[in-house]
Every structure is written in structure tokens, then in C-alpha cells.
Design a protein around this ligand. Structure first.
Ligand SMILES: Nc1ncnc2c1ncn2[C@@H]1O[C@H](COP(=O)(O)OP(=O)(O)OP(=O)(O)O)[C@@H](O)[C@H]1O
Length: 268
């Protein structure tokens, strides 16, 4: 299902956190949002999963304004992995994942055998099936993150919204998660801080700076050394990935202060 942000503005306390943001996520595509801390990425995502109501503009899902849909209807269509997490109660992993089916359940209906298999399959895909009986509060940050992605998947959404999903994940699970997104047919909007991962997984990237979209398009067009310098204040060397051709950014640490050099040792 297509998702469209059309001149979305969010004002709070007399300040625009997001200003006239327009961005399309066509069906089945992965759109990345990148930008410095505080540039409005999470706020923009919150408009998509309806935790924040835009003060201007519109979010459209399949051509229909989100604000015109019932909360139940949009909850069936949009799944979100948020920064807030939302797993404070001591449920088991299996129970947390099953909660992803809530928007589809009427009354007190128990999960069908098909839905239970869906939950198991999502846990298997996210490598957390072996944790099914563990309490969610006993998990490591990365294990918990994978459980929450599994919960989002069992919701069978049309649109998946992910706020820094690779947080806490080791490199193997980062690559597994992003590969899974690429293999899925979901429409995905994802906030990523790692520009190289964003270049590898996203069909399009939108760059936010101080609440405004300053660039958008395919990664190789957007992620230039000039943009990275202007938006992030960082010097980067842009090279093609030797195997995939994706844009990759190489960074150098600031040069260390000149150390006092020992005079050459006198051999005599
Ligand atoms: N409820 C709120 N009330 C006031 N200001 C807010 C609120 N939520 C966010 N902000 C401010 O809005 C700006 C954008 O925040 P947001 O969380 O969207 O940024 P972000 O790009 O996701 O940042 P990060 O990369 O640090 O996660 C920040 O300056 C933040 O302090």
C-alpha cells in the first residue's frame, strides 16, 4: 500500500519540529529517513503511526487520509517499532509477539492455529523462538529489539515503520534484519543513523535537517560528500561498495594532537 506524507507540519510549543515534509513511500519500497539528532525523524514517524497528529498537511495510506480512518483500521495497516519500545510489562516473549495480532482480534477470540504458526514463524525469522518462554524484561537489548520486530511482523501490516531498528543489534542481526526487509513486500519507512546501512537497504532516502527535508531520492544521488558535510558537519569519502556498487561513506577521526616525539635513540 502506498504511503504519502504531504506537506506534514508538526508544531509544538510554538516551534516547528517538522516543517512541510513531503515524502512518498510507494508500495513495497523501503524509504529511509536520515538526519542529525533532533532533526525531526521520530516526530515524522509518529505522524505515520498516529502517536502525533500533524498540525498541517496530511498523511495518506493507499490514497486515504489517515485522520479519516478509525484507529482500529490504521492499527491493522501500520505496524511500528518505536524508540519507546512498549514492552514494560513482564510478559513472556511468546505473549509479546502474540500481542501483534491484537488489531485483528474481535472480542476475546483466542489465536487460531494459523495465527500461532504465524507467531512461531516470525520468532524463527528473528531468531528468538528459543526465547519464547522467557520474560521480556530478562532479555538483552538486542534480543528484545528482535522480539519487537517479530511482534510488528505478526501484525501483517501493509506499512512497517521502524525507528532505529538496528539499535542494540550485533552486526549479524543488523544484516539479517535489513535483508529480511529487502526480501519482504512491505512498504517500509525506516529511520537509520548508519548511512552505509541506509545506502544498502533503502530504495530512497529522505534527509531531514532542523525539521525540513533537504534532499530525497536514491541513495547514490543523495549521499554525497557535500551533503554529509553540510547536514552532519562531517567529512566523508564516498566510494562504491566493491561488490554491490552501493554508495559507502568512509570517515576519518579528527587528527590526534601532535605528540611529543622522542629524539632518536643514540646507538653508541
Ligand atoms: N513532545 C515534544 N515536545 C517538545 N519538543 C519535542 C517533543 N518531541 C520532540 N521534541 C523536539 O523535537 C525535535 C525533533 O525530535 P525528534 O525526536 O523527532 O528528532 P530525531 O531526528 O528523531 O532525533 P534523534 O536522532 O536524536 O532520535 C527535538 O529537538 C526534540 O527535542
Amino acid at each position: 500500500m502506498d504511503l504519502e506524507l504531504d506537506a506534514v507540519t508538526v508544531e509544538m510549543g510554538g516551534r516547528a519540529l517538522v516543517e512541510r515534509l513531503s515524502l512518498d513511500a510507494p508500495e513495497g519500497r523501503i524509504v529511509g529517513l536520515v538526519g542529525p539528532n533532533g532533526s525531526g525523524k521520530s516526530t515524522a514517524l509518529r505522524c505515520i503511526y498516529r502517536a502525533v497528529k500533524p498540525t498541517g498537511g496530511a498523511v495518506r495510506l493507499g490514497g486515504r487520509e489517515l485522520s479519516g480512518l478509525s484507529l482500529a483500521e490504521s492499527a491493522r495497516s501500520v505496524a511500528a517499532l518505536t524508540q519507546e519500545g512498549g514492552a514494560e510489562l513482564d510478559f513472556t516473549v511468546g505473549e509479546v509477539v502474540a500481542l501483534g495480532r491484537t488489531p485483528h482480534l474481535r472480542g476475546n477470540r483466542a489465536l487460531s492455529p494459523g495465527e500461532r504458526e504465524l507467531c512461531r514463524s516470525a520468532m524463527r525469522r528473528l531468531d528468538v523462538l528459543h526465547l519464547a518462554d522467557r520474560g521480556i524484561l530478562t532479555l538483552s537489548g538486542g534480543e528484545r529489539q528482535r522480539v519487537l520486530v517479530a511482534r510488528a511482523l505478526v501484525q501483517e501490516p501493509a506499512v512497517l515503520v521502524l525507528d532505529e531498528p538496528t539499535n542494540h543489534l550485533d552486526i549479524k542481526h543488523q544484516i539479517a534484519l535489513l535483508s529480511m526487509l529487502r526480501a519482504s513486500e512491505l512498504t517500509v519507512v525506516v529511520v537509520l543513523h548508519d548511512l552505509n546501512l541506509a545506502a544498502a537497504v533503502c530504495d530512497r532516502i529522505g534527509v531531514l535537517s532542523a525539521g525540513s527535508l533537504v534532499a530525497s531520492g536514491p541513495p547514490r544521488r543523495v549521499l554525497t560528500a557535500e551533503l554529509v558535510r553540510e547536514v552532519f558537519g562531517v567529512t566523508a569519502t564516498v566510494v562504491p561498495h566493491p561488490l554491490t556498487g552501493d554508495v559507502q561513506l568512509l570517515y576519518s577521526l579528527s587528527p590526534p594532537p601532535q605528540r611529543h616525539r622522542e629524539p632518536p635513540h643514540d646507538q653508541n
